[in-house]
Each structure stands twice: as C-alpha cells, then as structure tokens.
Design a binder for this molecule. Sequence first.
Ligand code: ADP
Ligand code: MG
Length: 236
Amino acid sequence: MEKIIRTENLIFQYPADEDVKPEPAVKDITIEIEKGSFTAIIGRNGSGKSTIAKTFNALLLPTSGAVYVKGCDTKDADRLWDIRQTAGMVFQNPDNQLVSSIVEDDVAFGPENIGIKSEDIRGIVDEALFSVDMYDFRKKAPHMLSGGQKQRILIARALAAHPDILILDDSSSALDYRTDASLRKELGEHFKDTTTIMIAQRISSIRHADHIMVLEQGHIIGYGTHEELMESCELY
Ligand code: ADP
Ligand code: MG
C-alpha cells in the first residue's frame, strides 16, 4: 500500500523566547499514513494535534527530522506548491474564512485557485456541496449559516479542489452527531480515494477511522483502531 505521508523522527519546536526554552510541540514522531485511509488524531488541548497536521502540508517545516508527502520532502521549496495542492487543510474556526456573498462562489474558489476550467467548475462545486449535505444552501449568504454549516462549506471548498489528502482540524466539532456521521459516509462515497486526516475532540466522530493516533504532550501514546485503543490505551 502506498504511504502518502511519512514522517521520520519529526520534531517541531515553536520559536523560543530568550530565556525560556520550551518543550517541542511535536516530539520525535515517525509514522506512515496509507493512501486512501481515514486517520484520526485525538488528544487533549495543546497535545500537538494542529502542529503535526500543519507539518503535513508544509505550513510548518520540521525543526528536525522530515515529513514526506507523496515522496516529496516538505523542506524542498520547489515542491511547496505541489504539496499544498496535494494536501488541503480546513481549519477550526470558520469565521472570516468565507468571503463571498453566496455559498457556491466560496466553494468555487477551491477549483478556481488551481486553474480548473470555468465550464467544469459548476459540476465540481455541486458535487462538493452534495457531499457535505449543503447543496440546498448554495444560493445562501455564508453569514446567515450556523457555525457547523460554515464548517461544512469550508470542507466543500477544500474538496472541490480535489486534494489527494484532506486534513480537517476539528472541522466537524460544531456538527451534531448525526451530520458528523452522514458527512463521513458521504466522504466515503464521493471521495473514497481521498486520504482523510481528521483531528477530533470527540471519540464518537472518529470511532470508524482506519487508524487513530492518540497524542499526549507531543508524543504518540496510542495508535490503532477504536477497538484496539479501547483495550490498550488508558488515556483513550
Ligand atoms: P492542539 O491542536 O492539540 O490543541 P497545538 O498543536 O495547537 O495543540 O499546540 C501544541 C503546543 O504548541 C501547545 O503547547 C501550544 O501552546 C504550542 N503552540 C501552538 N501554536 C503555537 C505558536 N504559534 N507559538 C508558540 N507555541 C505554540
Ligand atoms: Mg488544535
């Protein structure tokens, strides 16, 4: 099975103040993520989830060690554009990320940005809106939507750029359990080749993940399926 993301002894440390030497946010992580898989990252606030996710699309570069996306080292500046395009990321806070006056124009930014022909964009936008169950809202103004609905529009915008890897940073935390489940089902049906990495706070949203990574203070302290972690990982 192709490993679409690989890290080797990844350490990430945010810049230090003069006299305080902070702990690295991510400490010596070596992992492999299979193409097409659904991987979840779970852990307490501040455990390093967002930091590790940002190294997967070269938003942050390793302090030491390496991250490879489709075999490309994220430190290779010539591949930065490819890597960002390969790995689409949806952030936690949906406010100020939606800028158009109607929903479908916001979703169209995804494919427009990567140069998809305008005659093809309509269909791609509709498919993405269907897959997050927001098609009926396509003519609405984004500011009229709830937090959870805005998050789904952001997911649609990322999906519409057809990334090989979709990284959702707590992006479904504002969804209720039922929409959460239907979102996962739709992603599985329409975008089954997309490798999905979902950072979550609730176990309920990730129990069907192929692999779950449990982070604690920058370390991986558990890795496996929901059933395996229930058996083996105390924090989980
Ligand atoms: P999580 O997403 O699991 O809540 P983060 O990856 O955001 O955790 O944070 C991991 C650690 O890195 C925390 O100790 C946090 O305070 C620190 N951190 C996060 N972002 C920054 C930043 N921009 N500058 C300095 N420290 C940061
Ligand atoms: Mg976070």
